[in-house]
Design a protein around this ligand. Structure first.
Ligand code: COA
Ligand code: NAP
Length: 274
């Protein structure tokens, strides 16, 4: 199910927007009539995404750029703005991840995720700044629950995404007076995506336990995240800035529940009844 907004004539730029969650966001904006630019590293992903996006009938542009390359990110924005004008909404969602305990992680393994997720996000925001519509632009960073829920095997991604969320808050302070809003969306497990494939257990029992731990009792969909992005980019969200918004069916709340509560409260409640 998709919410209806009107983004006709607006320029929406989605960095890392050629696959998965971010592509779902790009599709939602294309469906609402926006001019959409997507950027990522691999030409085959950029071409495939543009072909799909063009089916919605609007203007579409694709650029190959690695977020680790500050100059390439700058060229990507200059090129897109030449075609479609200032950016009304920017989504920054390029990321890399793998499961690895800190004790087994090489320095380069830690660094590669910091380089893509955190420094790459800074490159995107820093290079976009000159091209954002002022006033009126909305910036959305795609983060993850591990930014505030400590998770084993996620030292690199947790540290990187926590940094991204702090960038969201700091730039909300710095850019707010120019009419730029910036927020983070923190998706829960979104079925059918690369992140889900990399982080979710393949063992059916463990997968069922992960599902049971989501209070609304389902995994997320691409539309769940896209609908929130549409809202954040719309005038209905004109007073929302500097926020970290989980879109996870309450899953992160469940993860931070103290173990003591999980283990003991049901028994104590029974005793108190007696
Ligand atoms: N476990 C432990 N270390 C790993 C690893 C794994 N599964 N995968 C990569 N690394 C380490 C490598 O060993 C290397 O360290 P080293 O030089 O000390 O050996 C370092 O990470 C860099 O790996 P490399 O493959 O050269 O990086 P890359 O720039 O080609 O790719 C990744 C970056 C590793 C993040 C890659 O998985 C990627 O491009 N991911 C994008 C898609 C994705 O992750 N989507 C999900 C988003 S949530
Ligand atoms: P994905 O399909 O792998 O999306 C990542 C995108 O970023 C791809 O388009 C990829 O395209 C691009 N990218 C990767 N490295 C890049 C780089 N160095 N420079 C430029 N672009 C790069 O993964 P996803 O699972 O949908 O995740 C999307 C976002 O949601 C990420 O920020 C992730 O952390 C977040 N998230 C996902 C989940 C989940 O359940 N999937 C949960 C929480 C948070 P190229 O390979 O062509 O570069």
């Amino acid at each position: 199910m998709q919410v209806n907004f009107d983004f006709k004539g607006q320029h929406i730029f989605v960095f890392g927007g050629t696959t998965g969650i971010n592509f779902g966001i790009a599709q939602a904006f294309a469906r609402q009539g926006a001019d959409v630019t997507v950027a990522s590293r691999k030409p085959e992903n950029v071409d495939a995404a543009c072909t799909e996006l063009a089916k919605f009938g609007g203007r579409v542009h694709g650029v190959c750029a690695d977020v680790r390359d500050f100059d390439a990110v700058g060229w990507a924005f200059a090129d897109a703005v030449d075609r479609f004008g200032p950016i009304d909404a920017l989504v920054s969602g390029a990321a890399g991840n793998f499961l690895c305990e800190a004790k087994d992680m090489s320095s380069n393994g830690f660094k590669v995720v910091i380089d893509i997720d955190l420094i790459g996000t800074f490159h995107v925001l820093r290079q976009a700044y000159a091209h954002l519509r002022k006033p009126g632009a909305s910036v959305i960073n795609i983060t993850a629950p591990q930014s505030f829920v400590p998770m084993r095997f996620q030292a690199h991604a947790g540290a990187a995404k926590a940094g991204v969320d702090q960038l969201t808050r700091i730039l909300a302070l710095e850019w707010g007076s120019e009419g730029i809003r910036i927020n983070s969306i923190s998706p829960g497990p979104i079925d059918g995506t690369e992140g889900f494939r990399r982080l979710m257990s393949r063992n059916p029992e463990e997968r069922a336990a992960a599902l049971a731990a989501v209070p609304v009792q389902r995994f997320g969909t691409l539309d769940d995240i896209a609908n929130l992005a549409l809202f954040l980019a719309s005038p209905y969200a004109s007073f929302v800035s500097g926020a970290l918004i989980p879109c996870d069916g309450g899953g992160a709340l469940e993860s931070v529940k103290p173990a003591l509560e999980a283990a003991g409260y049901a028994a104590v409640a029974e005793q108190q009844k007696a």
